[in-house]
Design a protein around this ligand. Structure first.
Ligand code: SF4
Length: 608
């Protein structure tokens, strides 16, 4: 019996229809703990080198952690790992909401989807009753409609994770939607689920989870809750959620504006969190066990619709980055992406690239199916989102992601395709924010912010400074922040409310019976980080330094306006950042873990 775990790994072979369970391996729980730790372990061990992300040999691995579904403030996170159809490397997306708690109560730590079903199915889990069922009546429908139908059919206590047409049609950045407004968003995890012909997973469980020390568990759990409830920033955070940073980003030049050509938006004020709260927010919404709900539920009067969101990233990528000047338009674009099942960040990135290409004459109406792709044109963007999700006409080009779209179109458009390793950069402009820039460059899934959100550190120590301390800070964040995704808990209580992370130590010990400090957890995080790097190299011939380079926009094209007008990070400084990073990580000049690092981290068994 593993304290803190559901106790089993559920394997679903979609090709044969065989469903089996095996005990969660204790040594994997010891070394990789859970969540994305389990994800990279199973991905590396079980998915053969060179696997086609959309082929039967790829696997979709959904894992909770020891804090998931427990008396833990924010213990509602699970990880979705696969080989990414967007980047060809490692994909790991975090999902909040209520899904992971039910999964754990059904006694499951990981669901591993293997093979490809001959026909559309959904996976139904109700404790020990586990079946593949016909999804033909749901195929082609939007995520909201399907979730509603399942809730009506099975009951509110059943939790649903569902793909939309984007995942069914093979959009490279399709996501998985849950609880109407929570997503496993990045890297195309929904694309893989669609390729496997799995429309949804429906889960409900009633089992208890063994805990090592119930009294200590109750005490430590309540201490964490109390700290959240008494946090100074609780009221403001709950009122605005992540939208709290829109105004700050605009002021400091980090708000992506018109395809990251600037970091301040002249109409940015219309998109600020205060404006959104006043104009469209109708209520707050949170994940399982969260005392500080950051989800904002909005009503868009001009469209007669409502949606959970938009949160900061979506406001940046589908708002200022497209030149939108009205928060209702951003929220409507958010709704379309969620319902059609595509990632708002990547959608915003690839659409911004298309608009810039159009305004420069590289694309014309003959290419865009007649759409007028100008900045601040919501109707054209709405049409484009639908075309992308359905891979229709011009949308099919964008559905492969910005890197491939720019490679196909050429004519210099590659230079303003804003991505790292094929993943569209999320919503921080990094013309002059060197810590955030190296964070994006070295992130384990591509240009994603949540591993090392270092932009405030840039402001703190001098944004253009290229010093080892900045790199060390990014590495520290990369080692420990993703550990929340390993444990199965939200990191925002620590990030936004300033909760002492030491409070998690007695809680984790009471649940699992294993004493672990954050230093111990960081060591596990470092090992996982190196393993993901080795995975990228295993899957991509020639992988190395060139893959870590950012868009030239950040080292060649200073913004013409806003807080960072005239500022860039020079190419030589970009390279200095990389040199420092590799050295501190124990990697060689090409960015690969050295034999000594592999040995020190005991990763030899994973190198083939
Ligand atoms: Fe979910 Fe937000 Fe609460 Fe985190 S802070 S658990 S993301 S509602």
């Amino acid at each position: 019996m593993l304290n803190g775990y559901g106790g089993s790994i559920l394997r679903v072979n979609l090709t044969t229809g065989k469903i089996s369970k095996e005990p969660t391996p204790p040594e994997v729980a010891r070394d990789f703990i859970g969540g994305r730790g389990f994800g990279i372990y199973f991905l590396t061990k079980e998915v053969p080198k060179g696997t086609d992300p959309l082929g039967p040999e790829n696997k979709l691995i959904i894992s909770s952690g020891p804090l998931s579904g427990m008396l833990v403030a924010g213990g509602g996170k699970c990880d979705w790992t696969t080989k990414s159809p967007l980047t060809g490397g490692y994909a790991s997306a975090s999902l909040g909401g209520l899904f992971t708690a039910e999964m754990k109560y059904a006694g499951i730590d990981s669901i591993i989807l293997e093979g490809i079903s001959p026909k559309p199915v959904y996976l139904f889990i109700d404790d020990n009753k586990i079946e593949l069922r016909d999804a033909a009546p749901y195929w082609g429908k939007g995520t909201f409609e399907v979730e509603k139908e399942f809730k009506e059919k099975f009951g509110e206590e059943y939790q649903i994770a569902v793909i939309g047409p984007g995942g069914e049609n093979g959009v490279a950045f399709a996501h998985i939607n849950h609880d109407y407004g929570r997503q496993a968003g990045r890297g195309g995890v929904g694309t893989v689920m669609g390729a496997k012909k799995v429309k949804a997973i429906v889960v409900h469980g009633t089992k208890s989870v063994p805990v090592a020390d119930v009294d200590a568990y109750r005490q430590a759990g309540m201490a964490l809750y109390k700290a959240c409830k008494e946090a100074e920033g609780l009221k403001e955070w709950t009122r605005y959620g992540t939208t709290i940073v829109v105004s700050w980003c605009d002021e400091v030049g980090a708000l992506p504006t018109r395809n990251f050509s600037a970091g301040s938006f002249e109409d940015g004020k219309n998109l600020y969190g205060t404006v959104m709260r006043e104009q469209i927010v109708i209520t707050d919404k949170g994940c399982f066990g969260c005392p500080c709900p950051c989800g904002k539920y909005s009503s868009m009067k001009r469209y007669g619709t409502h949606v959970e969101g938009p949160e900061y990233e979506t406001i940046g990528m589908l708002g200022s980055n497209l030149g939108f000047t009205n928060i209702e338009d951003v929220a409507q674009a958010n709704l379309l992406c969620d319902d059609l099942g595509i990632d708002t960040i990547s959608a915003g990135g690839v659409i911004a690239w298309a608009i810039e290409a159009y305004t420069k004459g590289i694309l014309t109406k003959a290419d865009t199916d007649g759409l007028e792709l100008s900045w601040g044109n919501p109707q054209a963007v709405f049409a484009l989102i639908e075309k992308i999700a359905k891979k229709q006409g011009f949308g099919a080009l964008l559905a492969d992601g910005v890197k491939k779209a720019a490679q196909k179109v050429g004519k210099g458009s590659e230079k303003f395709a804003i991505h790292v390793k094929g993943m569209e950069q999320s919503a921080y402009a990094t013309h002059n924010a060197t810590a955030m820039l190296i964070s994006y460059m070295t992130c384990d899934v591509g240009a994603h912010h949540n591993r090392a959100w270092a932009i405030t550190y840039d402001l703190q120590v001098g944004r253009d400074k290229v010093v080892p301390e900045k790199v060390a800070r990014v590495i520290w964040l990369q080692n420990f922040r993703p550990m929340f995704d390993v444990l199965g808990a939200c990191r925002l209580q620590w990030v936004e409310l300033g909760i002492d992370r030491k409070l998690y130590e007695p809680l984790l010990q009471a649940i699992t019976g294993i004493p672990r400090t954050w230093e111990d957890l960081e060591a596990v995080g470092n090992r996982i980080w190196n393993l993901t790097r080795l995975y990228w190299a295993r899957e991509n011939e020639g992988f190395g330094r060139a893959w870590d380079m950012p868009s030239p926009r950040f080292y060649e094209e200073p913004p013409q306006s806003g807080a960072t007008a005239g500022q860039i990070t020079r190419l030589e400084d970009v390279n200095r950042l990389l040199d420092m990073y590799y050295e501190q990580r124990g990697w060689d000049a090409n960015g690969m873990p050295t034999p000594a690092t592999i040995e020190k981290l005991n990763l030899g068994a994973f190198v083939s």
